[in-house]
Structure formats: structure tokens, C-alpha cells
Design a protein around this ligand. Structure first.
Ligand code: FAD
Length: 498
């Protein structure tokens, strides 16, 4: 269904079971969970799906090696459960969206003998916690073998490396796949629609005031329950309900820079779990390029957060300090910044130490808010909040939660080697066929058929594998409404090469 039809469905005056505000990982996950239970759901996103934090992540599906260290050192049960949840959800996403996710090898170089048993044991424990859902066994690499495989590691003082596994995914397309799968399950999903006010009856929230940001049209809609899944904007929406609500969040910004593939370690990510100033530093292969991150600085909520030159300099300095990579400012092809929605903990010393747990809170007038967490855990977050909403709003679902085993759009008929068939059948270059197979899964043939039918087989840019046909497909089948919706989120072009 195209965007105009979705808008018309939102304007019929019908009362929905649930209105979900926010079309990032959390909101799209909720819409899918609730629609699959047979509830009548609407989701609105004021920009494009995943335009907020959910397209600006490191794109790792992980349990969180750092949280595990905190769990063991401080005997912290919350952090321990967070790691277990992350490891379980990592496996579910790899299973349910095989086209958009994959297993990735990561290597941590070790420069002190003491770190060798410490980090190795920690990562073995990480494997153990994953249990049957483990995706690969960690192992030690000797200095010579580590250097042979990763010449960009600093050799001076290197003692060994530890190789371990996590997941990597296309975050913006994953959020879109959630939204489109929710739509298939009957949810009404609209981007560029903002909730500007909440409606109440007898002190209880009964709906919302909406505006289509593209046309300026305003209307009201009714819902039995409203879920606030607005990430960094959580407190702003809570204050639409209660202007005196105390903040629940602290936001911190994290930036990434993208470099040419000559800087990427082949098929393996390099990870420094803790730099001298307590940050994570990594160089990951991503979309044929090298993804470098990240920072963690307190930041104000902004609709389009921008990376500062100081943050870019910080990353370039740290890359030079930790790796044998000579990166200049002009090697940076793209930069982006995202805001972490971190739940306030009065004990925490800084944003880097705030736990990445999620919280669910209900206001006196019934607004259900879910915030915090991480991309990897979106499914569990959605299940938890929909369970809560069913009770709070006295909803009558037809089914119990189905998302543990539900394939996301494109995943069902996906095969790793289907790119070879696309290459043969449509005469595509191998990089183009690989990209289409990964980005669209079993729908890649629809894109190819469209390309053939309308003569849209040319690349948008010779250095990138995206086809002209994808632009048309994004508008017709993937709810894209603006140029940036296509260039940055349906295709990764805007994130890879500005
Ligand atoms: P968002 O994606 O921000 O979505 C909220 C949406 O609500 C926004 O799109 C916004 O436009 C919309 N909205 C706000 N107000 C309104 C309104 N009034 N009406 C309609 N819509 C509204 N997690 C991982 O698991 N792995 C990682 O590797 C990872 N890396 C990260 C790296 C960085 C630098 C950062 C910042 C985060 C990272 N995370 C990672 C965390 C993860 O990205 C976030 O937890 C997740 O994306 C949050 O999703 P969300 O849907 O809650 O928020």
C-alpha cells in the first residue's frame, strides 16, 4: 500500500486499538508485534522510518562484551541479563532477517600479557552465555598470525589477538523491513506524520492530533491506547501528556566516519573494547567501506544531530593511536551522528557507564512509554510493551506474541547464493547482484524485473552498486517520499559516501 492509501486509512475516523508514536527500531518492532497478535495498529513517524537513531547505529547485533565485564566485575545481575538477552536476540535476528544480517568476525588486539587470559576468558564466557544460540567460538591468535591477517594492527608491544563473533546488519533497511512486515500483518504505517498533541477524555488519553509534514494537513485520530516509542524524543512526547513530567532520559551522541575500503580489514572487524578514555573504538567492514566509531558525549536532543569537527578529529586521532592506519581528513567519505536514548541513573558517573536497559512507564492518563535499550533488543522490547499495553488498555488480541519465529519481509526465500541466479538471469554485475540479494532478499527479483521492464538497469553512480530501478521501487513499494528517504535509508548511499 502506498503512503497516500496509508494516510487515508488513518483519516477514516475509526478507532484503533493502538497508536504507536515513532518509526525507529522500537516503534516498528511494536507495530509488528501488535499487528501479528491481531490488534488494530497505527504507527506514525514524523520523519522517515529510522531517520532518528535507528539508521545511525554501529550496525552490530551484540550481547555487549563491555556489559559482560561490568556484570562480572560488579556482580551486576541487570547487566548480566542484558547480555543474555542481547545474545538471544542476536540469534533471532540472524534467523528472521537473514538477508539483512550476517555473522561477523571481530578481533581485539592485546598489548599486555595480563589481558590475554582476561579477555580470552571473558569472550569464552560470552560464547558460553549464548548457549545453543552461539554463532562461533572465540579463539586466540598468536602475534604473528594476528599481524599476517591484519597488517593494520600496531605491531609494537602486540602480544596476541582474540577473535570472536557477533552479528552485523543494515539498520535502516531492517527498520523498514519491520515496518513493511507490520503493514503486511495489517498495521497502518505512515512516515512524515507527526503527533503534535494528545487527546484526552475524562483524563485518559484517547487519541492524538496529527499533521502530515509533507502537505501540512492536520486531523485527529482515536486509539484505545497510545505508545510513546520516540527514542531521544521520549521526554518531549511525555510532556505533551504532562508538561511537568520529570525527564526520564539523558541523551549522548555517538558519531561514525566512513572510509574507503582500503582501510577496512578484510571481512573482519577490529575492536578496542575500551580506549584510555573509556570508549569503544572499532574499524568494521561495512557496505564495501570501513566504518569507524564511536564517541559518547552528552548531547541535546536535535532532530538532525550533526557531528562536530572535534568529534571527527577525535576519531582520526584515536585510529592513528590504536591502529597502523594513516587516515587523513580527506579520506573521510561520510560522517553521521546519532543520539542514544539513555535512561537516567543517578548513580552513573557519565553517559558511557549508563546501562543500556529499557524501561516501560505508564503515566496517570495512560500514556505508555518505552525507551532505552538497544537495536539488538528491539523484539524483546516490543513484546514486553505490547504485553503491558494489552493489560493496560484492556485489548483483546487474537494470538499470543509471534515474533520469535516470524520472518521479516524478504527473508523467507532468501538464499546466500541467489545473487548468482540474479547475475545469470538479468545479466547483472556481481557486485550489483550481491547488493540486491542482501538488501531485498527474495524481493530482489521484483527490483530486477522492474529494471528490465523499464530500462532502469544503469547504476546511479559508477562507484556504487545501486540501480536506477531501486529509486522507483522505493517510491512504489517502500513508502519513500523524499529524495533523502531513498538515498540515505532505502539505499545506504548517503551514509557511505556523502
Ligand atoms: P529512534 O530510532 O530515534 O526512533 C524514534 C523515532 O521517533 C524517530 O524517528 C523520531 O523522528 C520519531 N518521533 C519523535 N517524536 C515524534 C512525534 N511527535 N511524532 C511522530 N514521530 C516522532 N544498538 C545496537 O544494538 N547495536 C549497535 O551497534 C548500536 N550502535 C549504536 C551506536 C550509536 C552511535 C548510537 C547512538 C546508538 C547505537 N545503538 C546500537 C542503539 C540503537 O541504535 C538505539 O537503541 C535504537 O536505534 C533506538 O531506537 P528507537 O526506535 O527507540 O529510537
Amino acid at each position: 500500500m502506498q503512503r497516500t492509501q496509508q494516510l487515508a486509512e488513518l483519516q477514516t475516523g475509526k478507532r484503533f486499538d493502538l497508536l504507536v508514536i515513532g518509526g525507529g527500531a522500537t516503534g516498528c518492532g511494536i507495530a509488528l508485534d501488535a499487528a501479528a497478535r491481531g490488534l488494530n495498529v497505527a504507527l506514525v513517524e514524523k520523519n522517515d522510518f529510522a531517520e532518528g537513531t535507528s539508521s545511525r547505529s554501529t550496525k552490530l547485533l551484540h550481547g555487549g562484551v563491555r556489559y559482560l565485564e561490568a556484570a562480572v566485575k560488579k556482580l551486576d545481575w541487570v547487566q548480566y541479563n542484558l547480555v543474555r538477552e542481547g545474545l538471544r536476540e542476536r540469534a533471532l535476528l540472524l534467523q528472521n532477517a537473514p538477508h539483512l544480517s550476517r555473522r561477523i568476525q571481530l578481533v581485539t588486539p592485546l598489548y599486555s600479557w595480563w589481558d590475554v587470559p582476561y579477555v580470552f576468558t571473558g569472550l569464552k564466557f560470552y560464547d558460553l552465555l549464548a548457549g545453543k544460540k552461539n554463532i562461533g567460538h572465540s579463539r586466540l591468535l598468536g602475534k604473528i598470525s594476528a599481524l599476517q591477517r591484519f597488517p593494520m594492527l600496531k605491531s609494537e608491544g602486540l602480544k596476541a589477538g582474540v577473535l570472536y563473533y557477533d552479528g552485523q546488519f543494515l539498520d535502516a533497511r531492517m527498520a523498514l523491513a519491520l515496518a513493511l512486515t507490520a503493514q503486511r500483518q495489517g498495521a497502518i504505517i505512515a512516515n512524515h506524520v507527526e503527533v503534535t498533541a494528545l487527546r484526552k477524555q475524562a483524563g485518559r488519553i484517547s487519541g492524538a492530533q496529527l499533521v502530515d509534514r509533507l502537505s501540512g494537513q492536520e486531523w485527529q485520530m482515536q486509539a484505545r491506547g497510545v505508545i510513546n516509542a520516540t527514542g531521544p524524543f521520549t521526554d518531549q512526547v511525555r510532556q505533551l501528556d504532562d508538561p511537568t513530567a520529570a525527564p526520564l532520559l539523558k541523551t549522548s551522541s555517538g558519531i561514525h566516519i566512513v572510509l574507503d575500503k582500503e582501510f577496512a580489514p578484510p571481512a573482519t572487524g577490529l575492536m578496542i573494547p575500551e580506549t584510555e578514555d573509556g570508549r569503544v573504538l572499532f574499524v568494521l567492514p561495512w557496505e564495501g567501506h570501513a566504518l569507524v566509531g564511536t564517541t559518547d558525549e552528552p548531547a541535546r536532543v536535535a532532530e538532525h544531530p550533526r557531528a562536530s569537527e572535534e568529534e571527527v578529529d577525535y576519531l582520526l586521532r584515536h585510529v592513528a593511536r590504536y591502529f597502523d592506519l594513516h587516515v587523513r581528513r580527506e579520506d573521510v567519505k561520510a560522517v553521521w551522528s546519532g543520539l542514544r536514548p539513555l535512561v537516567i541513573d543517578p548513580q552513573a558517573q557519565d553517559t558511557a557507564t549508563l546501562a543500556r536497559t529499557h524501561v516501560i512507564q505508564q503515566s496517570d492518563s495512560g500514556l505508555l512509554t518505552i525507551t532505552g535499550g538497544k537495536w539488538t533488543a528491539y523484539r524483546q522490547m516490543a513484546e514486553d510493551v505490547v504485553d503491558r499495553g494489552i493489560k493496560a488498555f484492556r485489548l483483546a488480541p487474537q494470538f499470543s506474541c509471534k515474533t520469535r519465529s516470524m520472518m521479516l519481509l524478504g527473508g523467507d526465500g532468501f538464499a546466500e547464493d541467489a545473487d548468482l541466479c540474479l547475475q545469470d538471469k538479468y545479466g547483472l554485475e556481481s557486485t550489483v547482484a550481491r547488493h540486491l540479494n542482501r538488501a531485498y532478499g527474495d524481493r530482489a527479483k521484483e527490483v530486477c524485473a522492474l529494471a528490465e521492464q523499464h530500462g532502469l538497469k544503469a547504476r546511479l553512480h559508477p562507484a556504487h552498486p545501486y540501480l536506477e530501478a531501486e529509486v522507483v521501487y522505493a517510491v512504489r513499494h517502500e513508502l519513500a517520499a523524499r529524495v533523502a528517504d531513498i538515498l540515505v535509508r532505502r539505499l545506504s548511499l548517503g551514509l557511505v559516501d556523502k
